[in-house]
Write a protein that binds this ligand. Structure first.
Ligand code: PDD
Length: 285
């Protein structure tokens, strides 16, 4: 039985109950995070908590929790749940009001929730064993604040389902200028002529912790050139490699976009070099 945290106590997940008046439930009014933990070792912890605190500030949700408070929670959740390969899900909503009213309520305590779920073992930089991802594409019809990791994920859910219903693992999204933004639950990269390129951070995409760590690791190493700049969908379709990144996938090599092979349809050499470097340096953050 998995152990969850709700507000101020730990309990079996089946005993964790929230009010239907919770604004997370009624409005999707909350912020969340997913942090991987491999054998009790948290990955990218500081980046995840800083992003959550920025998200909470961005939606005007005051919560006096420090990095240490979150670390205590994450460490306890991991150990209570067997310290294997876990995704730690954290969520803060604006709490349960007595009425359904759009304005922020006064004197309502936020709802704080955490639980864990099993994730695959830490990805390995090996072309033979790595998962080969396939993706669909779709115009990005989400909101204008995609840099906030909001629990209001219906736009992402609908986009994910588009790819899923076509037998694909993800959906790459593009704006009305035909430029790549991200994927429904991942950031996106292309490789062309050995240069790694990813869209710049702005309101159209989540500042992914994996994305940011990868860009940083590649720049520190210096052997592979990295550019953060707009990427057109024509560039995606003619790229040598396409990657999707997220905390639990790390760098996912995409071998087909809308049914057409990426490059020669095989996992590329730059992916191998990048995932190798990521594996070496990922606990430095
Ligand atoms: N998804 N973009 C979106 C829209 C995401 O939802 C995610 C993560 C990412 C990658 O961010 P990170 O590298 O920090 O995991 C990019 C999480 C894992 C989820 O919703 O389950």
């Amino acid at each position: 039985m998995s152990i969850a945290f709700l507000n101020d106590s730990y309990m079996p997940i089946t005993e964790a109950k929230i009010s239907p008046m919770d604004r997370g439930f009624l409005f999707g009014d909350g912020i969340y995070e997913v942090i991987p933990s491999y054998e009790g070792k948290l990955l990218g912890f500081n980046g995840h908590i800083t992003r959550m605190q920025e998200g909470l500030a961005g939606i005007g949700l005051g919560l006096q929790w420090t990095h240490e408070d979150w670390e205590t929670l994450c460490t306890k959740l991991a150990s209570e749940n067997g310290s294997g390969n876990l995704g730690i899900y954290l969520q803060v909503s604006r709490g349960a009001d007595s009425k359904r009213y759009h304005a922020f309520p006064q004197d309502v305590a936020p709802t704080i929730f955490g639980f864990t779920f099993d994730i695959p073992a830490s990805p390995v930089a090996n072309k033979e064993t790595a998962k080969r991802y396939t993706v669909s594409t779709s115009q990005d019809l989400r909101w204008q604040r995609c840099h906030i990791k909001s629990t209001a994920l219906l736009g992402n859910v609908l986009h994910f389902q588009e790819g899923y219903s076509q037998g694909n693992d993800e959906t790459l999204l593009y704006n009305d200028k035909n430029e790549l933004t991200e994927a429904s639950a991942c950031n996106a990269f292309i490789v062309k002529d050995s240069v790694v390129i990813t869209p710049p951070l702005d309101n159209q995409l989540l500042p992914g912790i994996t994305r940011n760590m990868l860009v940083d690791i590649l720049r520190e190493d210096g052997s592979i050139r990295v550019e953060e700049r707009p990427v057109t969908m024509d560039e995606v379709r003619t790229a040598d490699e396409v990657w999707i990144t997220s905390s639990t996938k790390e760098i996912g090599a995409v071998v087909s976009v809308d049914g057409a092979p990426v490059g020669d349809g095989q996992i590329g050499d730059i992916w191998l070099a990048a995932q190798t470097l990521f594996t070496q340096h990922k606990y430095d953050y």
